[in-house]
Design a protein around this ligand. Structure first.
Ligand code: FES
Ligand SMILES: [Fe+2]
Length: 346
């Protein structure tokens, strides 16, 4: 069965610095070839990377002014996808155009709308302000994943894998998932929330090392996770002095790390995994952001390893899925995604 993707939504297509003025970037998104470049003004452009003449990739061509020239017979296209020049003839044939996709640069990412361009409302871009908010420092990257994007959504919504996949990298430093702490999973409209609170416990090693807490400090610590479709997962992990009511009040002044995941399907079996971490403490010390980034980067390579192995097994032979208690968040997320796709495609 060919994979059906949600189309009328914004996806992250590239890191901002990947899209350059004279250098083209080709990327498959939802199985469609897209070429990115910037106009003379620096505005990002996204066009179908497939010439309407004989299907050569425009990304192998040259950016000229605001236009891009096909490498095969030199047909030239403007940022709106319309052909503006056909070598050797005056007239531009009807229908000489490639698809142009709405794009927006925001939060250090280039966002693309793969559905009906009329519906591409920039107000629908998911909130990732921690990426460029002066009250935070942040660092991210793009990781390639050779697996279906749904497996990664499920992975991020599930805390029970942490002690097994990340026994040293995350467990007991950042996330600490011992079985006794209850996790509450709830659906709120088109979002899934997974909340985990621990009260009056020793300050975790991550916050001792990163945010100046000491071994004697008692804290209330939280891990709150929100999924929104198609494939965004944002985690809020922090610790506040015990007994100050952090669970009910404003937590913005307490040391917090935000783990921000924007997952974009490349094909049915491969994924562009954009993620970043942001911290609201030690803003003057970039080396702490680097340590945090390296920690999570290493952990995500552990996730990628198991997810790619899952994908290979899923492509071999037949199988069924069994759900256990820890799947609650992931199962609800995938249900919301399926509902959104069904609503869009009828
Ligand atoms: S394939 Fe592009 S001009 Fe011929
Ligand atoms: Fe993980």
């Amino acid at each position: 069965m060919t994979e059906r993707f949600l189309r009328n939504c914004w996806y992250v297509a590239a890191l901002d610095h990947e899209v350059a003025r004279m250098r083209t970037l080709r990327r498959l998104i939802l199985n469609e070839p897209v070429v990115f470049y910037r106009t003379t003004e620096g505005t990002p452009v996204a066009l179908e990377d497939r010439c309407c003449h004989r299907q050569a990739p425009l990304s192998k061509g040259i950016v000229k002014g605001d236009d891009i020239e096909c490498p095969y017979h030199g047909m030239r296209y403007g940022p709106n996808g319309k052909c503006v020049r056909v070598p050797g003839q005056e007239a531009i044939p009807d229908g000489a155009r490639v698809r142009s996709y709405p794009v927006i640069e925001r939060y250090k990412w280039i966002w693309i709308w793969m559905g009906d361009p009329e519906r591409a409302d920039p107000g629908l871009i998911e909130d990732f302000h921690w990426r460029d908010d002066p009250g935070w420092q942040s660092k991210g990257e793009l990781l390639p994943l050779k697996a279906n994007y749904r497996l990664l959504v499920e992975n991020l919504c599930d805390l029970t894998h942490v002690p097994f996949v990340h026994p040293t990298s995350l467990n007991e430093t950042m996330i600490d998932c011992n079985d006794e702490v209850p996790v509450k999973t709830a659906r709120e409209g088109r979002a899934v929330r997974v909340d985990r609170w621990e009260f009056d416990v020793p300050a975790p090693s991550y916050f001792r090392a990163m945010a100046g807490m000491s071994r004697e400090d008692r804290v209330d610590r939280w891990l709150n996770l929100v999924y929104t479709p198609p494939s965004f997962v944002r985690l809020d992990i922090g610790a506040a002095p015990a007994g100050r009511g952090a669970a009910d009040g404003d937590r913005s002044s307490y040391p917090t790390t935000r783990n921000l995941n924007a997952i974009t399907p490349e094909t049915a079996t491969s994924t562009h995994y954009f993620w970043a971490n942001a911290i609201n403490f030690s803003l003057e010390d970039a080396s702490l952001m680097e340590i945090d980034f390296r920690l999570v980067h290493g952990a995500f390579l552990e996730d990628i390893d198991i997810i790619e192995a899952q994908q290979q097994n899923m492509e071999a032979g037949s199988w069924t899925r069994l759900n256990i208690a820890g799947d609650a968040g992931g199962v609800q997320a995938i249900r919301i995604l399926d509902e959104a796709i069904a609503a869009e495609q009828g």
